[in-house]
Write a protein that binds this ligand. Structure first.
Ligand code: NAD
Length: 480
């Protein structure tokens, strides 16, 4: 049994009230560890450590902060195998994915922001009145809270922590209670890299108690949150009367729009990936696939054939394409949506069943599922399923598909497949989404702004956007 502890003031602590939660291994349904269900008092201890560390950390020379972050990145890379194994066991994702994507991207977050801060210059200009100059100070906020979900555990956890720290803030961070393991391991790495005590504090526990204590804390001045839309709305309500700065990265129901003039083979392979990578549990997955009428029947045959060839299996096996879903309740939720889709006249073209993986019969495995839907108004096209389930339907024209793509409460990302430049420009400017990919998917550059519109969030992360969020701009005006 692995017993995870809170990382407060550079040390590892049991929860004050000795209250623990079970940690499940999704690949076999076993309880393999325990995590603290931290109370308000644990969060208060973390806050006190962070507050005490702030004076010194906020004044630590920028290149020293940058050096420590880059050291954390180096150590993560040196521990790639250990972190990838832990991530895969905790989350159910194929270890190959954790090793090739999740952990390297977590390391990149520290390296990128370690470097970015050294390029983050602020504006200065002569005033409109003569003999006066304005300049802008970008100052750390103080103690900030970072709360992350279970789907890309270390990657999204560090995506917040790295810019927060390098900008001179002290952090109280809470990973998802469903996938706490790699955040726990990160504490050791931070100590080894020389991050001063109290600068980063990691508390574990349920959202409704530990998370709630973070968002309710009057002196935690900013919250960076990634997770579900309803949780985001709840956090906004709590934070508003205290005037906390908020960044909310929420759910998605992303359209994948395929025109007949695209590079077909490339589109097909990428669409399999954008549908089912990480068991479809990525906020950016293209879960609503719209195909131009003239190639619809051909696409249906070719896509279903490729999806049927995906191997569902134990996450540790090198030939596994689809691992386990993250938890039993989540598996049940995804199964419910397949039933709802059928009830609303959807046709399951492949998948739809739980998979018994030999030797791991209690794991949370589900076949990759393709559903042909009669319209865009059905629940499975309007609500976030967040699993290995995609819908397909044909469209008649550019206007028709644009209307359906935008007719949803979310607006995170969209993908367009076409070789028509004018159409690309028209569509990408009219799609209501924070990110539009053309002839690719999830090609990420950490300098670009990342975030959603509508119910997919408020604010932007990534590059200087993240550094702006984690600093306060102060205008200084000098008359001479
Ligand atoms: P969730 O909202 O249930 O939980 C996210 C985090 O918030 C967890 O750490 C949880 O413990 C915490 N939390 C829950 N209630 C809280 C409260 N009252 N106060 C403070 N913290 C609280 O989401 P989830 O199920 O972990 O993640 C899946 C969701 O995340 C999906 O909707 C997905 O689209 C979204 N997501 C969005 C992005 C993005 O960048 N937009 C990225 C990944 C995942």
């Amino acid at each position: 049994m692995t017993k995870i502890k809170n990382y407060i003031n550079g040390d590892f602590h049991n929860p004050i009230q000795d209250n623990w939660l079970d940690n499940y291994n999704p690949s076999n349904g076993d309880v393999y560890g325990q995590i603290p269900n931290s109370s308000k008092d644990d969060v208060e201890n973390a806050y006190n450590a962070a507050k005490a560390a702030f004076t010194s950390w906020s004044k630590t020379p920028l290149d020293e902060r940058s050096r420590i972050l880059i050291k954390i990145s180096d150590l993560l890379e040196a521990n790639l195998q250990r972190f990838a194994e832990a991530e895969s066991k905790d989350n159910g994702k194929p270890i190959s994915l954790a090793k090739a994507v999740d952990i390297p991207r977590a390391a990149s977050n520290f390296r990128f922001f370690g470097n970015a801060i050294t390029q983050f210059a602020s504006e200065s200009h002569e005033s409109i009145e003569p003999n006066a100059i304005n300049y802008t100070l970008r100052q750390p906020i103080g103690v900030v809270g970072c709360i992350s979900p279970w789907n890309l555990p270390l990657y999204l956890f560090t995506w917040k922590i790295a810019p927060a720290l390098v900008a001179g803030n002290c952090v109280i961070a809470k990973p998802s209670e469903v996938t706490p393991m790699t955040a726990f391991l990160l504490g050791e790495i931070c100590n080894e890299a020389g991050l001063p005590k109290g600068v980063l504090n990691i508390v574990h526990g349920l959202g409704g108690s530990t998370g709630q204590a973070i968002i309710e804390h009057p002196d935690i001045k900013a919250i960076s949150f990634t997770g579900g839309t309803s949780t985001g709305a709840h956090i906004a309500k709590i934070a508003a009367p205290m005037f906390k700065k908020l960044s909310l990265e929420l759910g998605g129901k992303n359209p994948n729009i395929i025109f007949a003039d695209c590079d077909y083979d490339d589109m097909l392979d990428t669409t399999v990936r954008s549908s089912f990578a990480n068991q479809g549990q990525i906020c950016l997955c293209g879960s609503r696939i719209f195909i131009e009428q003239s190639i619809y029947e051909q696409f249906k045959v070719d896509f279903v054939k490729k999806v049927k060839a995906l191997k569902v299996g134990h996450p540790s096996k090198s030939d596994t394409n689809i691992g386990a879903l993250v938890s039993k309740p989540h598996l049940e939720k995804v199964k419910d949506y397949i039933k709802i889709a059928k009830d609303e006249n959807g046709t399951v073209l492949c998948g739809g069943h739980v998979v018994n993986v030999k030797g791991y019969e209690n794991g949370y495995y589900l076949e990759p599922t393709v559903i042909e839907v009669p319209n865009n108004n059905c629940r499975v096209n309007q609500e976030e399923v967040f699993g290995p389930v995609v819908t397909i339907m044909p469209f008649a024209s550019e206007d028709h598909v644009l209307e359906m793509a935008n007719d949803v409460k979310y607006g995170l990302s969209a993908t367009i497949w076409t070789n028509n430049l004018k159409r690309t420009m028209r569509m990408s400017s009219q799609l209501l989404a924070g990110i539009v990919w053309v002839n690719t998917w999830m090609l990420r550059d950490l300098r670009t702004p990342f975030g959603g519109v509508k119910a997919s969030g408020v604010g932007r992360e990534g590059g200087f956007e993240a550094l702006r969020f984690f600093t306060e701009a102060k205008n200084v005006c000098i008359k001479y």
